[in-house]
Structure formats: structure tokens, C-alpha cells
Design a protein around this ligand. Sequence first.
Ligand code: RP5
Length: 181
Amino acid sequence: RPKQDPPATSSSSPAPATEQKKPLVLITMGSDSDLPVLKAGLDILREFGVPYALDITSAHRTPRYMMRVADEAAGRGIKVIIAAAGGAAHLPGMLSSETPLPVIGVPVKATHLDGIDSLLSIVQMPRGVPTATVGINNSTNAALLAIRILGSFMPEYQDKMRKYQGEMEEQVIVKGNKLRE
Ligand code: RP5
């Protein structure tokens, strides 16, 4: 193994509160240049109080580390993986090929092809290796989908999701009322 590979359980420091508990969601990306796109999703996970871990696992630059992270994720207690990548975005699909966990891919707009390349790279998986795919740069929906998956067996998160949906509905109704005034 290359000496520069970090341990698969590494997390950034200092860690926000939601990173200090045992992580339920792993958010990983092909490059630190993807991090700004993930900010909105990280905000959602913090808002819902979901413990998460962050990592960089490039399918092309650190393929052995990426496969190790995928292989060990379920054993670490991770329930859902969110993977962001741009261009030839093989990361979400490769993680999905190595883990039994649900993987949500975030196509990142990173090249002159405006994210269409990333979207098509992630969404067109072969039968047998499902990889959920959200819209280009839409880490918000990736986080919300991860929380819905957690909510299917953790009532706490389902309750929070219902509240979130109720507040969203209310906000739209209030805006509509203002327009009709
Ligand atoms: C992909 O290539 C990454 O996910 C990123 O979106 C893109 C560009 O990476 P950098 O050259 O900025 O490291 O693998």
C-alpha cells in the first residue's frame, strides 16, 4: 500500500458536534475541489443532527483506498454513503460495487461539460449495482434522501423529516398567500 494512504476511519479536525458521534452517513468526494458543492448537504445533516464522517476517496487517484473505505463502511456502522464526483465520475458506482450499503451519487459540475458528464457517469449503472443519483450539484437532496433512508428504521429521523416537509409546505403557502393579496 502507498504510505500516504490515510486510515479508512480518519475524520477531519476539529470536528463539529455531528461528527463526534459514531457516524451514520459517510460523505466522500473525488477531490477536495468538490467540497463547496457538498456544503449545502452538510448543513442539512447538521440541521437534522445526523452524525457523519467526511473523506476524500478518488476512484482514479486513490483506487485502493477507495475500495478499502467501501469495504469497511458497513462494519463502521455507516448506513448510507453520499459520494460526490465530477467529470468521469466513477466514484459513486465503484463504491456501490464494493458495499452492500445504499450509495447516493452527487454529480458535480467540474468541467466544460457542465456536469452532464458527471450525471451520465453516475446514473447509467449496470443492472445489479444500483446507485441513487441526485441532480447536478444537488447535495441538499442527497442529504435529505440519506435522512429518509435513516428514517425508515430510526423514527427520530422520520419525525424530523415530517417536520421539515411541513415547514416547507407552510413556507410555500405563505408565499402564495402574499402573491394573492
Ligand atoms: C473528479 O475530478 C473530482 O471529483 C472533481 O470533481 C474533478 C476535478 O478534480 P480536481 O482536479 O479539482 O482535483 O475526480
